[in-house]
Design a protein around this ligand. Sequence first.
Ligand code: FPP
Length: 266
Amino acid sequence: MLKNLFKLWRRNEPKLPETANEEVLLKVIDPARLPKHIAIIMDGNGRWANQRGMPRAYGHRAGVESLRDIVKLCSELKIQYLTCYAFSTENWKRPPKEIEALMSLLVEYLNKEIDELCANNVRVNAIGRTEEFPYDVQKTLNMAINKSKNNKGLVLNLALNYGGRTELVEAIKLLGRDIKEGQLSPEAIDENVVQRYLYTSNFPDPDLLIRPSGDFRISNFLLWQLAYTEFWLTPVLWPDFRRIHLLQALVDYQCRERRFGGLKET
Ligand code: FPP
């Protein structure tokens, strides 16, 4: 009954019913049909800061609070993988001051949060060319990865110096090398083989991609992996994104029919 109402809301209403607070949404969500893997483009920090007449770094700091909230909720809901786009290969084009602020926030976040993450059984992982990050950032990242490596709960996968095209280029280079060395024949290449050469070789593809801030772009994120991912877009800026928004996304996700190019099951 409640689910039907939500289906109606999805088709006709721009806003969820006002009574749909966290408690109601949690009742509607079917724990058996949650996405295994959620990916998030944490966008809008700059605009959020701008609206307040503050420097962009202020928005990034506020964005960390959202990340904290969402990691906690994903962990509570027993989501298996959460991939968050924290720094792209294109973000080096930003002013050095902003890049520095992002690096220090990452270090601060990992140092401050690692014990709590471990207490919640969260395993930290990173994808991207992190070897190009300053040494202290790499050191802190490795500390967090090592400290949490035996945790069996949520995998918090941080996309850092990540670019979908770079990932594909690197995969193709490795494939080429293995062919040259006689370890792989070109005829043996199929989708599963390509998948094995990606940064995300050990992860399932995301079931749900969330992009806050009202932009409708992929921004070079998980280009291969998002082939059949469900998108959920919201105008809410990332620093304002809270548990309620993730719950709304999950209700919406559960109202969708995923056909992967096939037909609806009868
Ligand atoms: C995009 O917003 C966001 C980023 C480039 C960085 C995301 C970083 C955080 C949420 C905080 C730091 C992360 C960790 C893991 C500690 P934007 O700056 O492009 O916003 P705009 O589009 O409004 O300008």
